[in-house]
Design a protein around this ligand. Structure first.
Ligand code: MN
Length: 236
């Protein structure tokens, strides 16, 4: 690490790259960028007041340094009185590319994790109303808790299986990966037609219905069958 610093030609030190734990390994997965798919489960699209049959997929971003490790205790975010949980499967891109066809898309995936797309819903709602960008509702400190990444060699490519979130032991969100409107290969295809995907990019693949507020002191437990568990505590 010291040598890297000594050889670098940067005028300031911004610290290490954001990264994720890799299950069963000391090595880490560096996070380049975070893309999130909006309204990718019909029941969630409906609860947000939209018709799931009429929309192509759309994407927004979170800053890479929004990631937080499973097991962390985090502060209730500033600037909001209505932080919502959105449990999602996270897709980690190992190989970049553009215009990636659906049938080749899974070759670009390094692994999968369980994530939370934490959302300042009041700020997002105001942005929607005013036709402003969503960023301040979606991309903020510690807004992307993510479990240890499980490599494809261990998990395969999950396309069905339970996804759920409990808050203080009570089930709040429950769905199945098979309910995704746009599959992971379709998400990769669509996104790579809009931007060049890079190694280290994460895709948050959407949340099932049941999103709702968290409060100080809440304990969140997320799960995706075969992919893993995510635990986050909000400071009391
Ligand atoms: Mn989301």
């Amino acid at each position: 690490m010291k040598e890297v610093m000594a050889n670098s030609n940067y005028v300031i030190d911004i610290g290490p790259l954001p990264s994720l734990k890799v299950e069963g390994s000391d090595a880490r997965f560096p996070v380049a960028r975070i893309y999130c798919v909006g309204r990718n489960y019909a029941d969630h699209a409906r609860e947000m007041g939209h018709d799931p049959d009429r929309e192509p997929p759309f994407f927004f971003m979170k800053a890479a340094n929004s990631v937080v490790e499973s097991g962390s205790t985090i502060a209730y975010p500033v600037g909001t009185k209505d932080v919502h949980h959105e449990i999602e499967m996270v897709v980690a891109i190992g190989k970049g590319g553009k215009n990636i066809p659906v049938e080749k898309a899974l070759e670009h995936v390094w692994g999968y994790a369980v994530g939370l797309d934490m959302t300042r819903r009041d700020i997002q709602g105001e942005a929607k109303k005013l036709g402003r960008p969503w960023e301040m509702g979606k991309s903020f400190d510690e807004s992307a808790p993510v479990s240890a990444l499980r490599p494809v060699s261990a998990v395969g490519h999950p396309a069905k299986g339970a996804i759920w979130l409990k808050v203080n032991g009570e089930v709040k969100q429950q769905g199945d990966l098979a309910m995704q409107i746009w599959s992971v290969p379709e998400q990769i295809n669509y996104l790579s037609n809009l931007i060049t995907l890079q190694p280290g990019d994460l895709i948050f693949s959407g949340t099932p219905a049941g999103v709702g507020p968290v409060k100080a002191g809440d304990k969140l437990q997320g799960h995706v069958d075969g992919v893993g568990e995510l635990l986050v505590n909000y400071k009391a």
